[in-house]
Structures are given as C-alpha cells and as structure tokens.
Design a binder for this molecule. Structure first.
Ligand SMILES: [Zn+2]
Length: 403
C-alpha cells in the first residue's frame, strides 16, 4: 500500500471533528513502507517459466552477477530470454558490492541502454543489482542462487570496500519488482550457504526483540512476532531440511531464510533494526582472514556475542540460557560457535581489537543495546561465546573487576 492510499483510507471528518480529535496538529513525517517485492515467482524451474514476467519489466536487461555465476548460467538465461526477444548484456560486480563496481556498472547500463536490471547470485550480487537499479531509476529482478540471505527480498543494500570490508548500508525506495525463487538453482548451491542463511535469519529474532521488543507500533509488533515464528520454524525444521536437500521440508526452510526473513525486514522497516550480531559481523569483515566465512556464519557467531554481552553486562540469565540453546542448535546444523570455528583462531590481539573498535564506533547498531558497550567488553564477549553458563557468574565478576 502506498502512503497516498493510506491517507485516502482514513475516515473523512468535518473540520469540527478534526479540532475535537486533535488532528489539526502539525503533520508527522511521512512513512514510506517497503514491505515486499511486487511479484514473487517460486518453484522448481521457476526461471524457465519467468520469461514473460521479466519481459513485462523491460526489453534491454543488464544482467549483474559474479563471474562464476554468469559463466554457469548465461546459456540458461539466454534460452529463457531469447524467446521473449530481449537484448541481453552481462556485467560482473567484481571486485565487490563497492562504489568502484557501481561506477563501472552505471557505465555498462548506459552503454547498453538498459531499461531493466537483472541481479543473479548471492547476497552481494543482488545488493549490487538493487542499488544499481535504484541509482539508475530502473526496475530490478532478483534471482537468488543460494538461500544464504534475504537480499533478494529487501529494499536495502550493503556497501563494502573493494577488499570486502563493510562500509555502510543504503535504504532503497522500494523492494524488487520481481523475485524469482528457483529451487533448482538453490539446490545446486553448497549446503553451507543454507546453513549460513539459517544463521542470518535467526538473528532477526535476537536483534528485533532487543531493538523493538517493547514497541507499541502495530507493524513493528507484527515484525517482532514474525521473527519469533521464523526462529521456531528454523529450530523445528533445519536439521531435517539439511538431511534431505530438495525435499518439502528443505523448501520450507529455504522459504524461511529467503522470504520470511525478508518479510520481517519489510514490515519492521528502519526502526526494527539490527543490533549487536550484525555490528560484530561488520567489525569482522575488516579482518582479512574472516573473508572466507559467509555473512550468515559471522552473524550467527555475532548472536552468541550479543547474548554474552547481555549476560556479562546485565546479568541476564535469559540470555545465558538462550546462548546454551543456540550452542546446541549450532552444533547440530554446523554453525560456528567461536572465533576458532570461523577460522579466526590465530588472529592477533590488534586484529581483534580493531574489529571490536569498528563494531563499537559511534552510530554502530551495537548501541541499540539497552546498555553501553566499550571495545574491551566486546572483546571479552567475543572470546567467550562457548563459556558454560555455570562459569558466567564468576566471569562477570572478573570483567567488572578489570573495568
Ligand atoms: Zn544479515
């Protein structure tokens, strides 16, 4: 629903009614909702059947993806789109979803006289395609090739340096015009990408409940509750899904990570933001050796760090038991529990401090926690994500004494 529709739907009132109900107050800032893609096509071989839907959006698409994805999917795309007589051009987003790539891609868009952007690949490819379309004011189609994030759904792009360090995010004016969720493509992705997607999707609950758990805003209440439903679906179905890739339960978990996680971001909007789990991820992207770990793997570890902070700094016993519950779940499905599991067992103290300082920068989402966090406390949490609960109390005393 657009903002103008919302205004039209209000009951009409006479001017006396308006003053009586206080509606002659200054107008509040206009809320723009970006809840969902205009159309979602979902199923096995969905891409094969999407030619017409793509052609409705534009006849000169620029296809944006990673080099590997473009090499393996070009012939399939050409087959689908040739039937519609579309003029295709292909461009890689290499080296990353960065300002440099976007400059080159804007040029490629102009050279091809593209009137549609088609993003295909993982989260970074889709984030690049969405932001490119936003900058060029063109429609965009997203085709995820893994279930590792909800980037195919959301009106948000993360920008990285050419070296892959997280820099900032950009809110887009709308969700994609068309999302094609083709299970046959997702099925060919390494299993690890779905595991990472589960980690990223789980964060919705742990972060939204902290940033927005006491909100009285209708749509934010709805988003937080959906985040809990999402968590429960993942707890119940993930292990079975990973045992039977391609099965019905596997499709349900793919829908949870790609679609339902996106719904929550869309409903909750900017106010229902990420907290410490993503801030820890953002800090870790500045360590070169962390680049082999996937976004959702770093975020999953970040959830444990966030819970650890709540335990250590607030004495929050609920956070302590939530962490134990997650450690068990992570062990079952193969999500990282510690820096060692992320391949960061040998990083230097300076690297750890650097990541913690970035995560604690002013304006970082970590400051949405209801208490203050300084880099020393974050470092202590980062190295103790697997600490048994019994020891937590004495560790808290040590931390406080060190402070
Ligand atoms: Zn994420």
């Amino acid at each position: 629903m657009t903002a103008s529709q919302q205004r039209d739907d209000r009951p009409h009132q006479s001017s006396t009614d308006i003053s009586a109900t206080g509606m002659n107050q200054a107008p509040t800032s206009l809320l723009s909702l970006t809840v969902a893609p205009a159309q979602v096509l979902r199923g096995y071989h969905a891409l094969e059947q999407s030619g017409e839907a793509i052609a409705r959006l534009g006849h000169r698409p620029l296809v944006v993806g990673g080099e590997h994805t473009l090499a393996s999917l070009t012939s399939q795309l050409q087959r689908v789109l040739k039937k519609q007589q579309l003029q295709l051009s292909f461009a890689s987003y290499s080296p990353d979803c960065s300002e440099t790539s976007l400059t080159a891609l804007r040029e490629a868009t102009a050279n091809h006289q593209a009137n549609l952007i088609l993003g295909i690949g993982g989260g970074k490819a889709l984030d690049t395609a969405k932001l490119l379309a936003h900058q060029c004011k063109l429609p965009v189609v997203t085709i995820p090739t893994s279930a590792a994030t909800c980037a195919a759904w959301t009106a948000l792009s993360n920008i990285y340096s050419d070296e892959g360090a997280f820099l900032y995010d950009v809110s887009l004016d709308r969700c994609p015009d068309l999302l094609i969720l083709d299970y046959s493509l997702i099925h060919t992705a390494p299993q690890r990408t779905l595991v990472a997607g589960i980690g990223d999707a789980l964060a919705k609950w742990y972060e939204a409940s902290v940033s927005s758990g006491s909100s009285t805003v209708t749509l934010i209440i709805a988003a937080v509750q959906q985040a809990r439903v999402l968590r429960d679906i993942l707890f119940q179905k993930s292990a079975d899904a990973l045992k039977e890739p391609g099965s019905e339960v596997w499709q349900e978990v793919v829908d949870a990570t790609v679609l339902l996680a996106g719904v929550i971001g869309g409903l909750g909007g900017a106010q229902c933001r990420t907290v410490a789990a993503h801030a820890v991820h953002n800090g870790l992207t500045h360590i070169r050796s962390a680049h082999d770990a996937l976004h959702g793997e770093k975020v999953a570890y970040g959830i444990l760090v966030q819970l650890r902070l709540e335990e250590m700094l607030q004495g929050n016993q609920l956070a302590a038991s939530a962490r134990q519950q997650l450690l068990k779940f992570y062990a079952e499905i193969g999500l990282p529990q510690s820096l060692e599991d992320l391949g960061l067992g040998n990083i230097t103290l300076a690297e750890l401090r650097g990541a913690a300082e970035i995560a604690c920068k002013p304006g970082s989402d970590i400051h949405r926690l209801p208490f203050e966090v300084v880099p020393e406390q974050l470092m202590a949490a980062m190295i103790s994500t697997t600490t048994p609960v019994e020891k937590s109390r004495s560790q808290l005393d040590v931390t406080v004494a060190v402070k």
